[in-house]
Ligand binder design. Structure first.
Ligand SMILES: Cc1ncc(COP(=O)(O)O)c(C=O)c1O
Length: 344
């Protein structure tokens, strides 16, 4: 990847003249089966541009209450677009039920209710343990939205993991959303960059919005070259990360007291909790850091481990050996009822 970056052909993308960016955008659009694509610096900006694109000021976007967009993107839709995000309960599968969406839309014709413009999905869904949304669900959701005049944006930060989990090919998944974003970073291993993909008209407008948000880049071909490498060399190997995630989960399951969100993860994310008093999570993470392994607590005691191209099957064994050393020394256990629940 570094060789591709060093050798990248570049131009000024502000004028649409960077050949590497144009090649990356064309490849992304082709892979997702949509007419056009736009390179942005981050997944957060791709989601924000999508919301601004589909939602007039004063309107309402329905978003998952466990989505990255709602939890961790700084409230950008309200701050920069005057768009209200309405959080909808997330199912354990990562899906938003049509019943809950219908309920949220009940009064949408009333003048004192913010008009609804958009439904946002996350695929794979990180906080539910990297779950891939079912193709049948996506088809239903898309019909539901279309019948109500709503756009659908899919935050596919880990879209390629969803496809690698066998839920459908990339284009089949993307077909059910008006716009789709995906990250070149994360499992695909590029240093930065996300693509927003959709119709030619939507992407032309997204380009204006990106500019207004300060996301236009000049000789971005260096970044695009990393993205081109990621799409050509990073996609086919994602199954290895999923297999490593399953091995990690199987090993963690054998450590007394550890609690997994899912016994067999679908993609590259493993969530688990450690037994013990409230300080046990912090003590565990510190203990693992002492072993040279970095883990993050992602809310309410759940620890997230993410598998990617730089973590091998041998590394998973090393992690499990460290867990077996660290876990027994944790502060004393609390009653089991206090640690049950999938939400993270
Ligand atoms: C599902 C999801 N969407 C969006 C983002 C934001 O991406 P970025 O960090 O590139 O802004 C993340 C980041 O982890 C994510 O997990």
């Amino acid at each position: 990847m570094r060789e591709w970056i060093a050798g990248a052909e570049v131009g000024d993308d502000g004028y649409g003249e960077d050949p590497s960016v144009l090649a990356l955008e064309a490849l992304s659009a082709r892979m997702l089966g949509k007419p056009a694509a736009l390179l942005l610096p981050s997944g957060t900006m791709a989601n924000l541009v999508a919301i601004l694109l589909h939602s007039p000021r004063g309107s309402r976007a329905l978003v998952g209450d466990q989505s990255d967009l709602w939890c961790w993107e700084g409230g950008g839709a309200a701050a920069f677009g005057g768009v209200t995000c309405q959080p909808i309960a997330t199912q354990a599968s990562g899906e938003l039920s049509l019943r809950d969406l219908e309920h949220a839309l009940e009064d949408r014709e009333r003048e004192n209710v913010a008009a609804a413009s958009l439904v946002c999905l996350e695929n794979t869904h990180c906080r539910s343990g990297g779950r891939a949304l079912r193709l049948g669900y996506l088809a239903e959701l898309s019909r539901f939205a279309e019948a109500r005049g709503l756009a659908v944006h899919m935050d596919g930060a880990r879209l390629f993991n969803a496809a690698a989990a066998g839920t459908g090919d990339i284009a089949a998944i993307s077909r059910h959303a008006t716009t789709v974003s995906f990250c070149l970073s994360k499992g695909l291993g590029a240093p930065a960059g996300s693509l927003l993909v959709g119709s030619a008209a939507d992407i032309a407008q997204a380009r204006r919005l990106r500019r207004a948000l300060g996301g236009g880049m000049r000789q971005a071909g260096f970044l695009a070259a990393a993205g081109l490498y990621a799409l050509q060399h990073g996609v086919e190997r994602l199954g290895e990360d999923h297999a490593n995630a399953r091995s990690l989960a199987a090993g963690l399951k054998r450590v007394p007291g550890l609690q997994l969100l899912q016994d067999s993860p679908e993609t590259n994310i493993v969530f688990f909790r450690v037994p013990g008093s409230p300080g046990a999570t912090t003590a565990f993470i510190a203990g693992m850091a002492g072993e040279g392994i970095r883990l993050a607590e992602l809310g309410k005691g759940w620890i997230r481990a993410v598998l990617h191209r730089d973590v091998s099957a041998a590394d998973v064994e090393r992690v499990l050996a460290a867990v077996r050393r660290v876990a027994p020394g944790l502060p004393v256990a609390v009653p089991p009822h206090a640690v049950v629940g999938w939400r993270v």
